[in-house]
Write a protein that binds this ligand. Structure first.
Ligand code: BTN
Length: 256
């Protein structure tokens, strides 16, 4: 097993992604080394946002990877890997609501439309290759209350009604991430595509999106290899959107 075979457990750190980046600069941790923290003082989210998690209640960790088998153009596959690895582990938990898990493009994990995990992949390029990647994962496990400014958040405990031992939970997540990583490494990016698309939030249903400030109905078809969102419109056009070119707006909740 590669993912999490070596684990560095920290009580408090600014951000496990930042910590992992410092380790990658100072020495070369073996692939799969995992840095987990009970508390982050400046947890980072996507698009410059912060990631807040109650101390000691959830999993916040980062994994050092050297995915030399991917070209830079294929780096979206790392988002697919992390989202599917988490999703498949959650599916194994007893009492976890069946059929409600979804991946909100590019890589938020939702259950019943609420966010249960966030993923922040940071890649470093060197001479046109991926030199290393840092896969940062925040998974809400035991937190049972969220601040008012996070109304769309949930946790595993809120879904199943029971608490979890975090070390064992992390081990289970690592096994699942490892399985999917191995599949990606051995079979290539195409191997995750159908599975990822099958779980995409909003796929195959008309719902509103906000595109360059304008609200428009669209239907998600899937993603291309570069990770762009493929969407059809009522006029028959098909468009590929890059990150931040489109948002999910605040339309009626999508029935999963
Ligand atoms: C998101 O915005 O949805 C991504 C959130 C990623 C949060 C995790 S927590 C562990 C790792 N360290 C960070 O600073 N961020 C990621």
């Amino acid at each position: 097993m590669l993912i999490g075979q070596r684990k560095i457990l920290l009580d408090e750190v600014d951000s496990t992604n930042a910590y992992c980046a410092r380790q990658l600069r100072s020495d070369a941790p073996p692939e799969g080394t995992l840095f987990a923290a009970k508390q982050q003082t400046s947890g980072r989210g996507q698009t410059g946002k912060s990631w807040w998690s109650e101390a000691g209640k959830n999993l916040t960790f980062s994994i050092a990877l050297y995915p030399g088998f991917l070209t830079p153009m294929q780096s979206f596959a790392l988002n697919q890997w992390a989202a599917l690895g988490l999703l498949h582990y959650l599916q194994t938990l007893s009492g976890f609501p069946d059929g409600t898990l979804a991946i909100k493009w590019p890589n938020d994990l939702l259950v019943g439309g609420r966010k249960i995990a966030g993923i922040l992949i940071e890649t470093a390029m060197q001479q046109g290759r991926i030199a290393h990647a840092i896969a940062g994962i925040g998974l809400n496990v035991n937190q049972d209350r969220f601040p008012d400014d996070l109304p769309g958040a949930t946790s595993v405990r809120l879904q199943t009604g029971r608490p979890y031992e975090l070390d064992a939970f992390l081990e289970g997540v690592c096994v699942s991430l490892d399985e999917v990583y191995e599949k990606l490494r051995m079979q290539g990016v195409g191997a995750l595509q159908a599975d990822y698309e099958a779980y995409m939030f909003g796929r195959g249903a008309w719902r509103p999106y906000v595109i360059r400030g304008v609200r428009k109905e669209g239907l998600i078809r899937g993603v291309d290899e570069a990770g762009r969102l493929l969407m059809s419109f009522r006029d028959g056009n098909l468009h590929a959107f890059g990150f931040q070119e489109i948002s999910f707006g605040d339309g009626p909740p999508f029935a999963l």
